[in-house]
Ligand binder design. Structure first.
Ligand code: ARG
Length: 588
């Protein structure tokens, strides 16, 4: 099979047949000889309509001015004879759809291609893809708002790397801005008089609150804090060291959270806002020189006709305030330039909540006008919705505060331990610790990743930690169950798989969809498709397992085939979860 993604292979052969065939039908020269008319292949909703359906005949019939059913019928006849190895039956349905029934033997023989999934899926020409995600702000604790970007980003890194793309992970931390004046001024006060203060820097949120309170209450303090901002921006070594201390303390804590979540981010991926500070004056100058921005009441503003403000006028994006300060937008412009020039990005992917969609769209327009970003470089916003509580409002703690990510993870662990106790699990020691972590963090990640990212989603503990439904524990349980069967049955030497009943057939067919799903996620950047797929696969496996006996199968070759089938199922489950950043366990 030239293209081993089954659906694409069918699309390839049927499209090429279709284009040969329709020209023989075109007596009046209505078709364009330079156009490839596509056949679109989709899995069917139900087995009675075959395995895949061909769409694309209707519009062609219209162009040709023929009856679509007649065209479909003669075309079906044409290619089914040509591809008799692939198709057991080809049927015309409705106004001109074609249902494809694959040949069992041919289908069964495809299965061992799962052994070479990754090498088969490798893209021909790797792209350099910058993935900008997580990006917490310094001197604050990570909260649930950072959960989605961190785990969606992590899953996308895994998928794109799996496909052989050149992925550059970037943690664009918020490590620059006027708030550092306030923080450093307060740091000095605490250091001078540790007894008189009951906050420690390590208590990031508490320290930030105390500093803010002091700032709001004292004008002298404000003046002093501002003077420190000036010193920091001027490169004063003492204050740079203080600033660095704040960054390090925060990132040490964030790294602990990253390690808990087992995401791939490390300190090597940090390219924070501060990095672009030296570029900002040049960016503003470029914008002025190239007429992309003008001076408006002392500020430098880029006016965009593509966006309107609330008065219906062209939106103004401020690049430099009248007091000389730069903004988030200015930094992102410099950052885009850097990523194109220094990192040679083919695609820059931003993983933030939907509310920043306009921000990135505006920066993209300005960056393209300034020729910072050429047409050949793509800018992609991977936006996501909000995490809601059971009441449909933004997810908050019982006291109404934002929930700290670490507290959320603690609660996941607690709840999982309780659940395991209820299930009378006899697993102990290190194995139990690993099981708890895999289940708890897996549940939290999966609950998030399984929803279409663009919508808000309701964070529901009971549902996500359940062993039933579209949850991580259910997938992990299916995996562990297969592994326990395989511990009792030796893996055969031959990789061969046979189809002798509908349960085997369904499983073989489902396994062949995996490659297509990974590929789609690599393009659409929507991890939930993997979850949907794994859930369907688990269902297909469970009905196989309920109906097909493995241990008692007497025909040795058939038994081997069945062992291979469940082994492939376990492989795909583990691989799918791995692409989501979720661990499997051998027993539970
Ligand atoms: N730190 C920002 C926030 O917490 C997200 C940064 C996203 N990346 C970027 N290049 N702007 O909202």
């Amino acid at each position: 099979m030239a293209n081993f993604i089954l659906r694409e292979y069918l699309e390839d052969i049927i499209t090429s047949s279709l284009n040969t065939f329709v020209h023989t039908q075109d007596n009046q020269g209505k078709l364009d000889s330079n156009t490839t008319y596509p056949a679109i292949i989709k899995p069917t909703k139900s087995a009675q309509f075959g395995d895949y359906q061909v769409n694309g005949i209707l519009p062609l019939a219209k162009t040709l001015g023929t009856n679509p059913r007649d065209l479909a019928t003669s075309f079906a006849e044409y290619f089914s004879t040509k591809y008799s190895k692939e198709f057991a039956k080809v049927e015309v349905a409705g106004p001109g759809f074609i249902n494809l029934f694959l040949n069992d033997q041919w289908l069964a023989e495809l299965t061992p291609n799962l052994e070479h999934l990754q090498e088969n899926l490798k893209v021909a020409k790797p792209q350099t893809i910058i993935l900008d995600y997580s990006a917490p702000n310094i001197a604050k604790e990570m909260h649930v708002g950072h959960l989605r970007t961190t785990i969606i980003g992590d899953s996308l890194v895994r998928v794109l790397q799996f496909l052989g793309q050149n992925v550059i992970k970037v943690n664009h931390i918020g490590d620059w801005g006027t708030q550092f004046g306030m923080l450093m001024a307060y740091m000095e006060e605490v250091e001078k008089d540790p007894e008189g203060h009951d906050v420690k820097i390590e208590d990031l949120d508490g320290f930030y609150r105390a500093a803010k309170k002091r700032f709001d209450e004292s004008e002298d303090f404000q003046v002093y804090a501002r003077s420190l901002v000036v010193k920091l921006q001027g490169g004063d070594p003492h204050y740079l060291a203080k600033w660095k201390q704040l960054v390090n303390i925060t990132m040490t804590q964030n790294n602990r959270t990253y390690r808990r979540l087992e995401v791939l981010l490390t300190d090597d991926d940090i390219m924070g806002e501060s990095m672009y500070n030296p570029m900002l004056p040049g960016v503003v100058q470029d914008a002025l020189d190239q007429g992309v921005a003008t001076i408006d009441q002392g500020a430098v503003v880029a006016h965009l006709s593509e966006f309107k403000n609330k008065d219906g006028e062209d939106l103004g994006v401020i690049l430099r305030k009248s007091d000389g300060g730069y903004l988030y937008a200015t930094t992102d412009l410099a950052c885009m330039k850097y990523r194109v020039e220094q990192l040679h990005a083919d695609d820059i992917v931003y993983c933030t909540d939907m509310r920043q969609a306009n921000h990135f769209a505006q920066i993209e327009i300005i960056a393209r006008k300034l020729k910072y970003v050429p047409d050949t470089t793509k800018i992609t916003h991977v936006g996501f919705g909000m995490m809601l509580g059971n009441d449909g409002k933004p997810f908050k703690s019982r006291s109404g505060d934002v929930v700290r990510l670490n507290d959320l993870l603690d609660e996941a662990v607690e709840r999982t331990e309780k659940l395991l106790a209820e299930r009378n699990s006899d697993i102990t020691g290190e194995e139990k610790d690993n099981l708890v972590k895999a289940l708890a963090y897996g549940a939290v990640k999966y609950a998030d990743l399984s929803k279409n990212r663009t919508t808000d989603y309701v964070f529901d503990w009971d549902r996500m930690i359940s062993f039933e439904g579209n949850t991580a524990p259910y997938m992990q349980y299916s995996y562990a169950r297969i592994r326990s069967i395989l511990r009792r049955l030796a893996l055969p030497e031959s990789k061969e798989v046979q189809i002798t009943n509908e349960y085997e057939r369904n499983l073989v067919l489902k396994l062949q969809e995996f490659a297509d799903v990974i590929n789609k996620v690599g393009t659409l950047l929507t991890p939930h498709l993997i979850c949907t797929y794994l859930y369907e696969l688990s269902g297909t496996f469970n009905s196989f397992y309920e109906n097909v006996n493995i241990a008692k199968t007497e025909d040795k070759q058939l038994q081997d085939s069945r062992i291979n089938l469940i082994n492939y199922t376990a492989m795909v489950l583990a691989q799918g979860l791995e692409l989501l950043g979720i661990k499997v366990v051998e027993r539970m």
